[in-house]
Design a protein around this ligand. Structure first.
Ligand code: TYD
Ligand code: MG
Length: 452
């Protein structure tokens, strides 16, 4: 009998190897390789395709992507202006974060526009979805529910109902009968996704795939299929707080970096039209270590509160924690503070946190982080109506930032009366017409620290 062959897959990034490895060469993660049987296709679908000729670029006709509006503004914006027909969208996130809720709510809006929808669930029962749908306003006869995980049947039903939008909840539960691997394994997840991709393109149907992100366990992470789909949206947020952020990390039909902000309530997800208000609510006034920064997420600026706490350490190795900002960036900024401003923190524990559960990757937060740490260390606070902007270089210089006008305008709109910003940004055209807010230019870290 022929020996069964197997391959090893990285559960994080899908890297394939013929032997087991401790560290994945693809994503550098440790201990992520899992063994799987080599998939043998039972059926061979040999199709005869028409030969396609190449075309001169000047002969290609212009087409507009046809969009279906969901009428959930936060979602439409993240999608790049609505759902594109024939697109395959992956919605990833931790289990229980609200992916099913968001998509069912999207259905409730789409049925009002007379769209034909198919919601396929391999996780919940028909009555569970029906009850949730009733609460979310998706109780309508144009919304078809299917509780199945067999892809052959799903494809058949999509044809039969001529569905315009299909939701697959979740990819980890679906099975393609062509191959024997267990649902949720890398091979199975990839096969199902590639068949859904064909389905979407052939029928011009928009397909939403739900994927749970798991660090451990046997379930293949959706990261393995990011490159196969048109758009990847991640739904994130603190499970304890109600805030949820939908973020586009890949979008073939629009810009990435866009975020949509939601609030999870008893009646489902509520759109947050003014995120700054939400992230600043409950902010302590005149407390050392609390500063307000302005990040740019896609097309708009959001004000968030950044907090730092510096306390005497009782350990040989002082503790450093960063939530919502990059840990290594915080360490670098602490080193700059020590070397350029003479604030020594080697005997202090340092905690940095973005309030509200937003993740900030914007270098313009540097000065805010430094001001918060120094403020907490010196026990001095900043005026409550002041926002802090600026990137910091290793020499302690404050470097210019992008989209300065948008950030200052957001601060003005939120009733702030002063903004600290890099002096190199002062000549920016974007700032010419902004009135009613004091601009405080700083060129190095010591100048900025005098404001405390
Ligand atoms: P769900 O959409 O099932 O998460 P996922 O599909 O990402 O696993 O959301 C589950 C959570 O949302 C659950 O903890 C309850 C909460 N929730 C509300 O708070 N309000 C609501 O109206 C709904 C439908 C869910
Ligand atoms: Mg779910």
């Amino acid at each position: 009998m022929a020996k069964e062959k197997s391959v090893f897959f990285c559960k994080e990034c899908g890297y394939e190897s013929s032997k087991w490895m401790g560290q994945c060469p693809g994503c550098r993660a440790w201990n992520t390789f899992a063994e799987e049987k080599v998939a043998v296709k039972k059926k061979q679908n040999v199709k005869s395709f028409e030969k396609i000729e190449a075309k001169k670029i000047t002969e290609v006709l212009e087409t507009q992507d046809e969009r279906i509006l969901t009428h959930i503004d936060e979602l439409d914006r993240v999608l790049g202006g609505g759902i594109v027909k024939g697109s395959l969208v992956l919605v990833g996130g931790d289990p229980g974060i609200g992916k099913s809720t968001l998509l069912l709510q999207m259905c409730s809006h789409l049925v009002k526009d007379n769209r034909k929808l198919l919601y396929v669930s391999g996780e919940e029962s028909l009555s569970q979805i029906m009850m949730r749908g009733k609460r979310l306003g998706a109780y309508d006869e144009r919304l078809m529910l299917l509780c199945d995980n067999d892809l052959d049947n799903i494809e058949e039903k999509v044809e039969a109902y001529a569905s315009e939008v299909v939701i697959i909840d979740s990819i980890q539960t679906m099975i393609s009968s062509d191959i024997d691997n267990a649902p949720g394994s890398v091979t199975q997840v990839r096969e199902v996704t590639s068949r859904l991709l064909l389905l979407a393109k052939r029928r011009n149907t928009a397909v939403f795939i739900v994927g749970h992100v798991t660090k451990e366990g046997t379930v293949a992470g959706p990261r393995t299929l990011e490159h196969m789909v048109d758009s990847v949206l991640y739904f994130e947020g603190d499970e304890s707080s109600g805030f949820r952020v939908l973020r586009a990390v890949k979008n073939r039909f629009g810009s990435t970096n866009e975020i949509g902000v939601f609030n999870m309530t008893g009646e489902g997800l509520e759109e947050v039209k003014n995120p700054s208000e939400l992230f600043l609510s409950g902010r302590p006034v005149d407390v050392p270590g609390s500063v307000v920064i302005a990040t740019v997420e896609g097309s708009r600026s959001v004000l968030v509160e950044l907090q730092a706490l510096v306390a005497d350490s009782s350990f040989n190795m002082p503790r450093r924690t960063a939530v919502g900002v990059d840990y290594n960036r915080v360490n670098l900024l602490i080193a700059v503070l020590e070397k350029r401003a003479g604030i020594f923190l080697s005997n202090c524990d340092c905690y940095v946190n973005i309030a509200g559960g937003l993740r900030v990757n914007d270098p313009s937060a540097d000065l805010g982080i430094v001001m918060a740490i120094a403020g907490s260390y010196k026990n001095r606070s900043l005026p409550s109506g002041m926002a802090i902007l600026g990137e910091i270089g290793l020499a302690g210089e404050i470097r210019g930032i992008s989209s300065v006008g948008r950030r200052v305008n957001e601060a003005l709109k939120m009733g702030f009366n002063s903004v600290v910003l890099p002096s190199s940004n002062m000549n920016s055209k974007e700032l010419k017409n902004i009135k009613g807010i004091e601009l405080i230019p700083v060129s190095n870290i010591n100048e900025a620290l005098k404001l405390l």
